[in-house]
Write a new protein. Structure first.
Length: 560
């Protein structure tokens, strides 16, 4: 683990403003409770270092840094170090768009092609507007470049604009170009002048590049990037990143993010001036469409998720970068908020920390007893582990035997040993053994959430128990065998995945099924309205050598 009892450090900074000692006492218990939970959380999640800030309408109440910025040199996280905030940057992009609207420079309901006619978009539906891009309802694929490698290619929409929520980094990258064009300066410079400078966020940078690397906390990625990474897995220093996009290129400090939260709880008002009018703030925080990716009750506004907590309106967002994870929770009714960021990408956002920070501040304001620390979340704790126990048999007779034990533990019997399963961010499971290190274990139930578990898969291997009533023998269309294999792009944003057959269909890593569109093109079948697609190209010697994922390029690599 990155942190042991002797390597957990807390560095606390107070707000620059002077304030009565009574106010320090008011939040003292909250800070103690929060530090205890952060220590627990960082150990459980194998987090190297973390920054945290708490703000209310009056001031930044506390900034704190925890753990290590440099694992090799045992150096602590410093208060002035930059952390990449990832997709929380989308709210900055939305604010800049709303400012341009206030200035009469754009209409939110106008087609984006009226502003950027060079965009290559192919659609059979109505025009995509600025509003659709701000709310992730454009129907465009989510994680592709604006400019594709094939100059003749166009981005294709999967549904009519406004009908569905589909998280779309591409849409916010387009908005970054819109801001740059209307402002007649780079996106980064526009964000600096419109938001960072007026709020006094002078340490923050709107562009991630080599110039700010020495000011940035050392950051980490999974050592093995082409397979599932266990929570306690080995980390490697992340590569250099040069990045300026409307989807998430802001790097900030804890103190600066405290100023940003202070603006949000003051409904657009900064220390020097407003960055949003009251009318624009209402547009910014209006719940336009359900966004269950954030929570079962969340909707999406403009660049920010809008949720409810105990009858209060909550603004929330997370950010996942190549080598940072962040979370922000802001109660605009209570007037308090928190931001947390970790200097490693391991799949988990520090939402539990930000949410507990928010709740402790609310309790302190109400002079209530401090909330108990959230329960431990060890990596081997599997809810209702007994549901997965049993004997599962493959069509060729191979078996997987799972057993459960008290305390929500699940084991697989393998070569005379009992291996304990671990949880992962996506609700699947991992077996910590080299024979199971390529894929996740995925269980399926007969018909839904509360019905019996009947199937389990590991990559292309499929097993069923005696409760399973369906077909047990499957065949893959002969021509599809050319598509099975490992495909990779060496960009740190893209990585790699494996196409395999599972139950007579193609899937990504045995987890995400594909649905055929024509002889070499498939769509992702996780959602009926998904705009994401895969095409297999350049078949040589019975193997596709090239794959396009919604327009991004991947190439076959000859490895398992």
């Amino acid at each position: 683990m990155a942190l042991t009892a002797g390597r957990f450090f807390v560095t606390e900074s107070r707000a620059a403003e002077t304030h009565p000692a009574a106010e320090d006492t008011k939040f003292k218990d909250a800070f103690v409770a929060l530090d205890g939970f952060v220590k627990q959380y960082m150990r459980e999640m194998n987090s190297p270092g973390m920054i945290l800030v708490l703000s209310d309408r009056a001031r930044i109440r506390r900034t704190a840094t925890y753990g290590l910025s440099d694992l090799e040199q045992n150096r602590r996280v410093a208060p002035n170090q930059l952390f990449h905030i990832g997709s929380i940057s989308k709210s900055f992009t939305a604010i800049a768009v709303l400012q341009l609207r206030e200035e009469g420079k754009l209409d939110l309901d106008k087609p984006i092609l009226d502003y950027l006619p060079w965009l290559k978009i192919e659609t059979k539906y109505a025009s995509i507007t600025v509003h659709h891009l701000l709310t992730h309802t454009s129907g465009l694929p989510g994680n592709v470049s604006i400019f594709l490698s094939d100059p003749a290619a166009k981005h294709k929409t999967g549904f009519a604009p406004g009908e569905h929520f589909h998280y779309c980094n591409l849409g916010f990258d387009i908005l970054g170009h819109l801001i740059s064009q209307l402002d007649k300066r780079t996106y980064g410079e526009s964000i600096r002048r419109r938001i960072l400078q007026p709020l006094g966020m002078n340490a923050s940078e709107p562009t991630i590049n080599s110039d700010v690397r020495d000011r940035t906390a050392k950051n980490y990625i999974a050592y093995h990037d082409e397979r599932p990474s266990p929570r306690s897995g080995k980390l490697a220093e992340a590569p250099q990143l040069i990045f300026e996009k409307g989807s998430g290129s802001i790097a900030s400090t804890a103190g600066d993010m405290g100023l940003y939260i202070k603006m949000l709880v003051n409904r657009g008002k900064g220390a020097k001036r407003r960055v949003l009018s009251e009318d624009s703030f209402k547009l910014f925080t209006k719940p336009y469409i359900k966004a269950k990716e954030f929570s079962p009750t969340a909707s999406y506004g403009y660049g920010i998720a809008v949720d409810q907590l105990d009858g209060h309106t909550i603004l929330r967002h997370t950010g996942g970068m190549v080598s940072f994870m962040s979370a922000m929770q802001v109660d605009i009714d209570e007037g308090v908020g928190a931001f947390a960021s970790i200097n490693a990408m391991q799949g988990y956002r520090p939402n539990p920390v930000a949410m507990y920070a928010l709740k402790t501040m609310r309790a302190a304001n109400a002079n209530q007893s401090m909330l108990p620390r959230p329960a431990p979340n060890p990596l081997t704790r599997i809810e209702k582990a007994a549901d997965y126990a049993g004997v599962f048999t493959a069509p060729d007779g191979r078996k997987l035997v799972f057993t459960s034990a008290a305390g929500n533990a699940l084991f697989v019997l393998y070569k005379g040993k009992r291996l304990q399963l671990e949880t992962t961010a996506g609700g699947k499971f991992l077996i910590p053994h080299r024979d199971f290190d390529r894929f996740l274990i995925s269980f399926s139930r007969e018909k839904g959430k509360d019905t019996p578990v009947t199937e389990v898969s590991y990559g292309a291997d499929w097993y069923a128990n005696d409760k399973y009533q369906g077909e047990r023998n499957f065949s893959l269309p002969k021509e599809w065998s050319a598509f099975v294999g490992h495909y990779r792009n060496d960009s740190p944003w893209i990585g790699s995945f494996r196409i395999m057959q599972l139950k007579g269909k193609l899937s990504i890593d045995g987890l995400l099924p594909l649905e055929a569109v024509d002889f070499n093109t498939f769509r992702l079948a996780d959602k009926p309205q998904s705009p994401e697609w895969i095409a297999f190209l350049d078949v040589v010697g019975g193997k596709a050598m090239h794959l396009k994922f919604s327009g991004e390029d991947y190439w076959r690599v000859e490895s398992k």
